[in-house]
Ligand binder design. Structure first.
Ligand code: ADP
Ligand code: MG
Length: 437
């Protein structure tokens, strides 16, 4: 459909859309909203940045009737996404009297319980905290008529499958289930088969077109100990006063080390990883979001679904383990058709990873010659104490990854600490193999 008016949305919602400057629906929105309004279960696969949030919030808010207990539940993988979805929901609800409650781990339960007690129409949250509140008897799901699983593939990557099944089984039988994912993997289709009622499938863009085409993909391949100098030289020579970039590191320790290195060279970066307190994470996110330029150093926590506008550069200090993570990361730049650049630093033994990323993402990467003379005295050992952290493959074979994988074994209960750790380290070997078939 060409415009929001034709969809039969209420004047309240249309007014909110005008205030948000959403002039016409995106492709996903024009396909999904009419089907959802018809009462169908809908399955949407489309890449990041295509407007999926409003695609489910608009029709749900149109149909939602006010009551005491939640009439709609939106499940998202991370606290950051919960807050982001909350922000969109509140803007859309600006002219209606719908109550929104958003819940996630890592913060006190009481305000969330109070908000539910006061009456909620739309509940948004991370899986662990939703279950916690259900089991405490604070969240009553009997009235749920709409259930949304957003970023379903990421929730599976984070090991939330048992939580999702539990939530799905705890919902009333008669409801509409809406599932959103950037990729369609077998596990996602399984959930759709088992828990959805004859879902309407929407796929935007061919499945192999996951990478936004307006991104320029670049790389350097250097000895592991030269990676910091390469990063510093790249930032120094390629960034302008208007650049807004995210530097991805594999682990919290690596992210902190890069933070020290960049700070030593006067670059004033921001830091975001799952080991930080919720307050600090929110502050870093807010600053990065509001600033016109700057550098955010992040682990995978920030890699998916976050909507930060005007990111110009994605820099992979550590090569993502799985090509799909590369796609998720670079999906942060070039949102809504803007141009972006991605730069990945491979260590000398990672030529095969380079080929894999090119092959699975269906892109070709250009090699950049980075002159590191100015930084040749930067000591790798100063920032990365030997034995504690090794930023490439060797580190893994010494069991570094395995040490941390304990964080998401079993059911993650809070969407907070445990969830973050798993988010930082994606459980990807499995997916990776699936994708090759
Ligand atoms: P996705 O969930 O597919 O990654 P989001 O829902 O986060 O996408 O939306 C991506 C960006 O597009 C956000 O900045 C959002 O405000 C903007 N956006 C969404 N729908 C529209 C629209 N109809 N018109 C203009 N901007 C939109
Ligand atoms: Mg989204």
């Amino acid at each position: 459909m060409e415009n929001f008016e034709q969809m039969g949305l209420s004047p309240d919602l249309l007014k909110a859309l005008r205030a948000m400057k959403f002039e016409k629906p995106t492709e996903v929105q024009s396909m999904a909203i009419p089907e959802i309004l018809k009462g169908r279960d809908v399955y949407v696969r489309s890449k990041t940045g295509t407007g999926k949030t409003a695609a489910f919030l608009l029709p749900i808010m149109q149909m939602l009737q006010r009551g005491r207990d939640p009439g709609a539940l939106v499940v998202v993988p991370t606290r950051e996404l919960a807050l982001q979805t909350d922000g969109v929901a509140r803007k859309l609800a600006a002219n209606s009297r719908l109550h929104v409650t958003t819940v996630y781990g890592g913060v006190s339960l009481n305000p969330q319980i109070d908000s539910l007690d006061a009456g909620t129409d739309l509940m948004i949250g991370t899986p662990g905290r939703i279950i916690d509140l259900m089991e405490r008897g604070a969240a009553h799901m009997d009235g749920v008529r709409f259930l949304v699983l957003d970023e379903a593939d990421l929730m599976l990557d984070m090991g939330f499958i048992d939580d999702i099944e539990y939530i799905l089984k705890s919902m009333p039988r008669t409801k509409q289930t809406l599932l959103f994912s950037a990729t369609s993997r077998k596990e996602i289709m399984d959930i759709a088969d088992r828990h959805m009622n004859n879902p309407f499938h929407i796929s935007v863009g061919p499945d192999d077109e996951l990478v936004v085409t307006s991104i320029k993909h670049m790389y350097a391949i250097v000895p592991g100990t030269k990676k910091i100098a390469t990063l510093l030289a790249y930032l120094k020579t390629r960034m302008s006063a208007n650049s807004k970039s995210i530097v991805f590191a594999r682990t919290q320790i690596a992210a902190s080390a890069l933070y020290s290195a960049l700070s030593d060279f006067g670059m004033s970066p921001l830091l975001l990883h799952g080991g930080m307190t919720q307050a600090k994470r929110e502050m870093a996110m807010r600053r990065f979001k509001n600033d016109k330029s700057g550098i955010l150093i992040a682990t995978n926590v920030a890699a998916r679904g976050l909507d930060i506008s005007n990111i110009t550069d994605i820099i992979n200090f550590d090569v993502p383990d799985d090509p799909i993570v590369y796609i998720h990361r670079v999906g942060r730049s070039a949102r809504m058709g803007k141009d972006g650049r991605a730069f990945t630093i491979f260590s000398s033994d990672q030529a095969r990873e380079l080929k894999n990323i090119e092959y699975y993402s269906n892109i070709s990467m250009e090699r950049e010659q980075i002159n590191t003379d100015e930084f040749k005295n930067v000591s790798f050992g100063k920032y990365f104490q030997r034995g504690r952290y090794d930023s490439d493959r060797q580190g893994q074979s010494r069991g570094f990854r395995n040490d941390r994988s304990g964080g998401f074994r079993g059911r993650s209960r809070d969407g907070g600490r445990g969830g973050d750790r798993s988010h930082d380290s994606y459980r990807q070997r499995g997916n990776y193999r699936d994708r090759r078939k």
